[in-house]
Design a protein around this ligand. Structure first.
Ligand SMILES: [Zn+2]
Ligand SMILES: [Zn+2]
Length: 145
């Protein structure tokens, strides 16, 4: 179930907010009355910035997906999400593209590791084959003597 977040102040019911992220919390400031709300977003692997990724507008409609325990925002003008900054494995802030690139690199590294261990196994097999041939040659020699 997705719930639209609406300002709870008496007589306001504004549904557009300025957003910012403070200490793993998403801070919402009602555009109409200035009331402030905080939502825990420490489970996010990114930080939402205060401006729209598409049109640079700075007011958002905010939704709470109760099933997935997720807060998300849409630009009140164009519906795009806010600009985001991702945190990489070392805790450095990076763009989405950089994060993606890093994930791909990590994935490639894992594949590389697998190929490497596969090659070692093949190597081992070849050595086993050599040993077998040597033994057979030895046995042959022994038998013919
Ligand atoms: Zn309000
Ligand atoms: Zn926008």
């Amino acid at each position: 179930m997705v719930r639209t977040i609406v300002c709870k102040k008496d007589g306001c019911s504004g549904n557009e907010f300025h957003i910012s992220t403070e200490d793993n919390k998403l801070k919402l400031v009602c555009k109409d009355c200035g009331s402030t709300y905080y939502y825990d977003v420490s489970y996010y692997e990114f930080i939402m910035l205060s401006n729209c990724a598409e049109c640079n507008n700075d007011t958002f409609k905010v939704f709470n997906n109760l099933d997935k325990q997720g807060i998300y925002a849409k630009c009140s003008k164009c519906g795009a999400p806010p600009e985001k900054i991702y945190i990489d494995d070392e805790g450095v802030q990076v763009t989405y593209e950089a994060k993606l690139l890093q994930d791909i690199k990590q994935f490639m590294y894992q594949i590389d590791q697998r190929i490497c261990s596969l090659e070692m196994k093949i190597d081992g097999l070849e050595k086993g084959q050599e040993l077998l041939e040597e033994s057979l040659a030895y046995i042959n020699r022994y038998m013919s003597e």
